[in-house]
Design a protein around this ligand. Structure first.
Ligand code: CA
Length: 227
């Protein structure tokens, strides 16, 4: 399977090329938007990984060019953490999924495989729900009973994780590894504090309560109506 990587950062580009090659893909690497678009239009790729910030013509123009030419291969774009508008824009322009830089290679590989398997839209962008709680991963929005709830980045990540694995009791160690970084000291009560704050925002003023503590095990989100 042939993949096109369009990435101007030398280190990231080489890292992607090497990692994907080791995973068994044939990789072409374009170092700017013009070369990337040219490659995308002249060769056949199963998938394109597209950086947004590129010299010459940016990732959006490359994406537009690809779709304007009627090419329907999946496009996964790479964006910065704080660029929320980018994610909306990218998907509106016809990208299939996105990944926030910096990312773990394993995550990228999982997304690539999913896109290749499905040949299209990722579920990553779909709304997550439990009872009347709704989380929009793309627009970073949470509502309960239609009421907008403001969460910190960590609270949001924690809630997203619990919702994606709804019904599953998540141990603190797993939450630490998914929501905090590697240097996280799991002896602290940071997770308990974060869960308490999250509850205060999404559960205290509402019924039913969704976040449950399973003593000695961890936390789970359950919609009691669904039992
Ligand atoms: Ca770049």
């Amino acid at each position: 399977m042939k993949i096109l990587v369009v990435e101007d950062e030398v280190k990231t580009g080489d890292y992607l090329r090497q990692g994907l090659a080791e995973a068994g893909f044939v990789v072409d690497l374009a170092r700017d938007g013009r070369d990337g678009l040219h490659a995308a239009l002249t060769a056949d790729y199963e998938l394109t990984i597209l950086d947004v910030m590129l010299p010459g013509i940016d990732g959006w123009s490359v994406l537009r060019g690809i779709r304007a030419a009627g090419k329907e291969m999946p496009v996964l774009f790479l964006t910065a953490r704080d660029q929320v508008d980018d994610r909306v824009r990218g998907l509106e322009l016809g990208a299939d999924d996105y990944l926030i830089k910096p990312f773990a290679f394993a995550e990228l590989l999982a997304r690539v495989r999913t896109l290749l398997r499905r040949g299209g839209k990722s579920r990553e962008a779909e709304l997550l729900r439990a009872a009347d709680l709704e989380l929009d991963p793309l627009r970073r929005r949470v509502t309960r009973s239609g009421k907008r709830i403001d969460l910190t980045a960590k609270e949001f990540a924690l809630l997203e994780l619990l919702l994606r694995r709804q019904g599953e009791v998540l141990p603190r160690s797993l939450i630490a590894s998914q929501v905090w970084d590697m240097n996280f000291d799991s002896d602290t009560n940071v997770i308990e504090v974060a869960v308490r704050r999250l509850r205060a925002k999404i559960d205290d003023d509402f019924e039913p309560r969704l976040i449950r503590t399973v003593r000695g095990m961890g936390y789970v989100i359950e919609d009691p109506e669904c039992d």
